[in-house]
Design a protein around this ligand. Structure first.
Ligand SMILES: C[S@@+](CC[C@H](N)C(=O)[O-])C[C@H]1O[C@@H](n2cnc3c(N)ncnc32)[C@H](O)[C@@H]1O
Length: 321
């Protein structure tokens, strides 16, 4: 039996990620443009999802037929654009929560440039406060903001019954570059970012244990990217009496439906397990094989303008968490 994560070297991991990206459906020109622009514009662009993650998100949202999506952490609007594009058929409402004024402005630029304002809303401010004001249900909830907030976010989602019966909660970066599992697990993590990810790892250890034991959800922690935790709601009939503990798997139609989505996500993300490999440099989007001069917001081209890749070249599609 293979272990869940193949023993790649960082070089192999980058090659495998590139291979997977090249053999997956391309993201749209608009997504590629936002990704390129973000990498050129922001020093910490490695916070943005990778194109392969973008394809995974689109796959998931369209498979789920999502009608409402909630996102914690917009950054420049890249993942929100993925949700938007994936839900053209269902005309889903997308809500993204963002705290940083600079990233709120970036997301608003993305929204304006691609006319996403009919279905995509940014709620400004601390996500915990924002989520506590939300009502109704969401089919996909993507948690990708501050790592020490994950537990509070998922708890609020469950307490307020924001997750639809067939919905999924997907939480990114729950490995914290490996620090969640052990501070010894990633010797290549640069010293500059090690203290930050070590703290994240402590918070995410608590978080991963919490979701495993919350009797309202079933969970699978996938060893893809930087660790992706996917939870779905257990139907009342499936809940074990008396709270935390073992949860039965399978049987209920709604649960089974959500598990089908999880299976799809596993298939979609499997080849990308290489992306959990450590960053080899401090947070900075690894834009790959060609240099790109930073562009300012007001230098963005008109919608549909091709990205600035030299002919025959494309940026390395390595992951940015
Ligand atoms: C990893 S980035 C999000 C990336 C984005 N989802 C994507 O895939 O491109 C995390 C974002 O969460 C935001 N954030 C951090 N703490 C927050 C908080 N307490 N409330 C809301 N947003 C927060 C950060 O400003 C940052 O833009």
């Amino acid at each position: 039996m293979l272990t869940s994560v193949l023993p790649f070297t960082p070089e192999m991991a980058a090659t495998v990620t590139q291979y997977c990206t090249e053999h997956s459906t391309d993201v749209s020109p608009e997504m590629k443009e936002v990704w390129d622009w973000t990498c050129g514009e922001f020093e910490d662009a490695d916070k943005m999802s990778s194109p392969l993650q973008g394809t995974t998100m689109k796959f998931l949202a369209s498979w789920a037929g999502a009608k409402r999506v909630l996102e914690f952490g917009a950054y420049s609007g890249y993942s929100a654009l993925a949700w938007y594009e994936a839900t053209k058929q269902t005309q889903a409402e997308i809500i993204t929560l963002e705290l940083d004024p600079k990233m709120i402005a970036a997301t608003r630029t993305t929204i304006a440039k691609y006319n996403l304002g009919d279905r995509l809303t940014v709620i400004e401010g601390p996500a915990q406060q924002s989520v506590e004001k939300l009502t109704g249900m969401f089919d996909i909830i993507f948690v990708d903001a501050n790592k020490d907030g994950y537990l509070g976010y998922v708890k609020a989602v469950l307490d307020q019954k924001l997750l639809s019966p067939k919905g999924l909660i997907m939480c990114d970066n729950v490995f914290a570059r490996g620090m969640t599992i052990s501070t010894e697990s990633n010797p290549q993590l640069p010293d500059k970012v090690r203290p930050y990810w070590t703290e994240c790892g402590k918070a995410l250890q608590k978080f991963n244990t919490y979701v495993k034991n919350d009797p309202r959800i079933d969970v699978v922690l996938l060893p893809v990217y930087d660790g992706v935790n996917i939870s779905f709601k257990l139907a009342a009939a499936e809940r074990p009496p008396g709270g935390a503990g073992r949860k039965p798997v399978g049987g209920h139609a709604e649960g089974a439906d959500a598990r089908r989505h999880v299976a799809a996500a596993v298939v979609a993300g499997f080849g990308a397990s290489a992306e959990m490999q450590p960053a080899r440099e401090p947070p900075r989007c690894r834009v790959g094989v060609y240099a790109r001069a930073p562009r300012r917001v007001d230098q963005l081209g008109a919608p549909g303008t091709p990205p600035p890749s030299p002919p025959g070249m494309r940026p390395a599609m390595t992951g940015c968490a």
